[in-house]
Design a binder for this molecule. Structure first.
Ligand code: SF4
Length: 134
């Protein structure tokens, strides 16, 4: 399979480094199928919007795509997992990537569940806590 189809962004950016080429800080989140996974994803977007770094594709690392792994190794990374299963951290460890900052949403006082009705409040609480530690 060609590396050229590994990229995620616009058609003209099919270079397997996605949207954050040259970014100093990459922000990755597990984006799991629970409230805390989605809080992690929301915080990644919020951190990007506030200018702390560029949101990046953890799935690209998990899928063993070389461009994503090399970009994550080369950059400063902020990694956010939803819960102690730590899917993002395990993906990083598999390829010897050490995050500069690492957060687990359930360690911020948010209980993991499958209720997505409180995401706005949970995201704000996690965002406040994480931004204060960046
Ligand atoms: S770290 Fe937890 S919330 Fe995130 S993908 Fe893994 S199991 Fe799901």
């Amino acid at each position: 399979m060609s590396e050229k189809i590994d990229a995620c962004c616009a058609d003209e950016r099919q270079d397997s480094t996605c949207c954050a080429e040259g970014a100093k800080t990459l922000v990755l989140a597990c984006a799991g199928g629970s409230n805390v996974g989605q809080v992690a994803n929301n915080v990644m977007l919020g951190v990007d919007r506030q200018g702390y770094g560029n949101a990046y594709c953890l799935a690209g690392v998990g899928a063993a795509l070389s461009g994503f792994i090399e970009s994550a190794k080369a950059g400063r990374t902020i990694l956010i997992d939803g819960c102690p299963v730590a899917c993002g951290k395990k993906a990083f460890e598999k390829y010897g990537i050490e995050p500069a900052k690492y957060f687990v949403v359930t360690e911020l006082g948010i209980t993991k569940n499958h209720d997505f009705s409180q995401l706005e409040q949970e995201t704000q609480a996690a965002m406040d806590s994480i931004v204060s530690k960046l």
